[in-house]
Design a protein around this ligand. Sequence first.
Ligand code: D61
Ligand code: MG
Length: 451
Amino acid sequence: MSFVQALVHPEDLVALVKFKFLGGAESVTPRVNLSTLDKPLQVCYQLLKRTSRSFAVVIQALDEELRDAVCLFYLVLRALDTVEDDMTITSAEKIPLLKKFHEFLDDPTWSYSKSSCKDGVVLERFPVISNEYRRLKPAFRDVIKDITARMGAGFCIYLEKEVSTLADWDEYCHFAAGLVGVGLSQLFAASGLEDVSVATSTELSNSMGLFLQKTNIIRDYLEDVNDNRHFWPREVWSQYAPNIGDFRKREMSAPAVACLNHLITNALSHVPDVIAYLSQLKNQSIFNFCAIPQVMAIATLARCYNNHNVFTGVVKIRKGEACSMMMESTNMEKTVEIFNERILELGGKITVTDPSASITLSSVQNALVLCHSSLQQKGTEASVKPTLKIQLPAVRLDHEDRVGLYRLRSSRKESRRSLLLSPLLSWTVCLLAVTYQYWGLYLPVQLKDSL
Ligand code: D61
Ligand code: MG
């Protein structure tokens, strides 16, 4: 955490201290003692930690009935995706590999050591992964094999075809991540920790994946284009530039940002399904596992909105923010508040000159109304700012929209004002936390116990 960041955002420091030293991390993702597991399974969890920064912690924190199945589900799909991502493997070799990948789950000897990708280790060590897969109960194995077959087949389609229309974009993201959501919901139900109805709400499960994958594709524009990998739909970017790579040119910054806002507006359309999916979950460890990646995604989208830095580097949310959101997204009420806050952040950056402004505004309005109503149901509406009661005309931003924008901005200003007041408070808390931490260390034990 840069010192400057800490100065500008002392609340991050408080969150980091709480997360690292005051049991914050523990509360969200209790440590699992992997040493009690069989050696091969321990190897699988090590592979999980090596290949996934964002999902390893929340997967390990899942209840025992489900944890190993989700860990292996992740490793099998990461192995499949590594074949898809590896630009050094020719299509002639790649297509049969992807098509037959689900069959390798039953082959104790199958592995692949020619991948040059960062996650190639899951292909080399595939025999360990597939062996643990075969030890899972049939209900789990059936889900993993089915999703692997469908994802492999889907990847083959887009090896030969570019992501051209918005419908293609939805379909590609369905194969890459929507199917993960569908499979996870089936594993949740098969573990008995969630209702069967969760497994049958495939549309909602699909949207969970699409929201995460679209956020990744939007944020990773520069990395992907520099690798000559194109996932932005031509139907959209061709409205703003003759070539997808042109957005890297400084003189193209206005159409680049307009295209960025256009895609973010599309991704926002999945928010209602995400909220609906999360509100049906009953198991705490599953809720955390599902909610944390989603709040990280809405925060990333709000940070990327109207932000030209997407075309010069990778826009990321700060570590302190990530920690505070992890600690905050453990129930529906707090998760919806985070969505509300981040959607206000995004809404406050809408400019009347942006070609997608009125569509973005109505997506923002829909999402805010939803946040509001889902908390009304919970009878806890106080904490969420009132939504905007406006009906938006389709095209031009007229008086009401401008008023809407003004209202949006003023409520954001208000929340920013309160945020600014927090530095002093945050610093004091910070100081207290650190003193308590070190005071605790030196104080004689008996005195400590009497406190
Ligand atoms: C609830 C909780 C977690 C969810 C969910 C619902 C719905 C979907 C997902 C997680 C998956 C979201 C994926 C978003 C990140 N994108 C990728 O990893 C891309 O690869 C996609 C294909 C392989 C999917 C692997 C995966 C990821 C997360 C899982 C999981 C499997 C299984 C269980 C739990 C979480 C991206 O890969 C980036 C990379 O190669 O590093 C790409 O290649 O497009
Ligand atoms: Mg991939």
